[in-house]
Design a binder for this molecule. Structure first.
Ligand code: FES
Length: 404
């Protein structure tokens, strides 16, 4: 194996992580080692709890890529943390289904109880809180995970507070489902692709009642897929098509064509091609028509001899739709009230518009005004630290205009 020369920033991590890192690299074909970046970033987090500048340098050096390439990946995925994290990462789903079933209330209650907001860690270093967008357990909504393991199903604000209190006191409560709770660093080791020998470190089980509810309801109501036999094994390859069952091929004049019958896909493709051709012809005709009418107006008008706008060649219906949702390229978008303010077309649409404040303030969806208020109040009460004890590569201080 080739010797890697580590930069001074990466050396301390290399002294600890070189051996498991080499083990990760060995899983990939020669020349494709850079694909190991994702597990390597998890490995880095086992040591530091986040992807530090040293972690970025370590990954870049061992893979022979530059730090910007590592940073691009590390900043894309939410599972790579940019700041030091606590021992337990408590994630509350505030996505659609969890939200309607109380996920936001659970999150807000934790914000209030812990005094931290999204992606922030309690002063004792135990808990990092985050709201997540679908934890892939919608059937158990609202859900709370600890270090990515399902810990509370159908969570309530009370059960969530009880959980974090237990964790803060050093207990590791038994999760309702999933593996035994471990520390975030232990979890990072698993995510880097190493077996965790702890008892109950990996858990799997049969599907629970909420997951099977749809099946049960279908059984109770006699809903079934016609011809479905649960005892018939699923074939791995498609059975041969019974071509003789297809209708005979005919030409445009409905005369039978000799040879093999045409497959259904070929028939559909042929029909689609015909439809596209017809539509293209219609558009070309329309464009021609407008060009001619533009030319006629030019010749008849005062502007003879000057360059004349040939007019908007787009279909009026398409243009109307664009004006209702304008982009920078949409003509006349400025000053056109209709272009910037969509007009509801019916009562239901009007009610929807009235009930929803416009999006786009750039804030994470889970940070409700209640949560933000709680956090800003707490922040105002706390004395700010003079310096960040653990500045990350992402925490480059901003230079003000005056300082420049
Ligand atoms: S919406 Fe919460 S788990 Fe899917």
């Amino acid at each position: 194996m080739t010797t890697v020369e580590f930069s001074p920033a990466a050396e301390p991590l290399a002294a600890k992580l070189l051996e498991p890192a080499r083990e990760i690299l060995a899983r990939y074909p020669a020349g494709r080692e850079r694909s190991a970046l994702l597990p390597l970033l998890h490995l880095v987090q086992t040591e530091e709890g986040h992807v530090s500048p040293a972690g970025v340098a370590f990954c870049a050096d061992i893979l022979g890529i530059n730090k910007a390439q590592v940073g691009a990946v590390a900043t894309f995925y939410t599972m790579y943390k940019r700041r030091p994290t606590g021992e337990y990462l408590v994630s509350v789903c505030t996505n659609t289904l969890c939200n309607v079933l109380g996920g936001q209330e659970v999150y807000d209650q934790l914000v209030e109880h812990l005094g931290v907001g999204h992606d922030e860690t309690t002063a004792d270093g135990r808990i990092t809180l985050e709201h997540a967008e679908c934890l892939a357990a919608c059937d158990y909504a609202p859900v709370v995970t600890v270090n990515y393991d399902f810990t509370i199903d159908q969570a309530t604000p009370e059960s969530a507070v009880e959980l974090v209190e237990n964790l803060r006191q050093g207990d590791r409560p038994t999760p309702e489902r999933g593996a035994r709770i471990c520390s975030l660093r232990e979890m990072q080791y698993q995510l880097a692709g190493f077996a965790d020998p702890r008892d109950g470190a990996v858990a799997d089980g049969v599907a629970g009642a909420p997951t099977l509810r749809g099946v049960r309801l279908a059984q109770e109501h006699g809903v079934a897929v016609a011809g479905f036999d649960p005892d018939t094994p699923i074939t791995k390859t498609k059975p041969a098509r019974n071509e003789s069952a297809l209708p005979p091929r005919t030409d445009a004049a409905d005369k039978p064509i000799e040879g093999k019958p045409e497959g259904r896909i070929a028939t559909v493709a042929k029909k689609a091609a015909g439809a596209v051709k017809a539509a293209a012809g219609a558009v070309a005709e329309k464009v021609d028509e407008r060009r001619h009418s533009g030319k006629a107006a030019e010749q008849a008008g005062d502007n003879a001899g000057r360059t004349t706008d040939t007019g908007d060649l787009k279909d009026p219906e398409v243009r109307t739709a664009e004006r209702r949702n304008p982009t920078m390229d949409t003509p006349d978008r400025t000053g056109d009230a209709e272009a910037t303010t969509p007009v509801p077309e019916n009562q239901a649409e009007a009610a929807g518009v009235a009930a929803n404040t416009p999006a786009g303030d750039g804030k994470p969806a889970g940070d409700s005004s209640r949560g933000e208020h709680i956090v800003s109040q707490r922040t105002a009460e706390q004395k700010p630290e003079a310096t960040d004890p653990n500045p990350g590569w992402q925490n480059v201080p901003r230079v003000t205009e005056e300082e420049k």
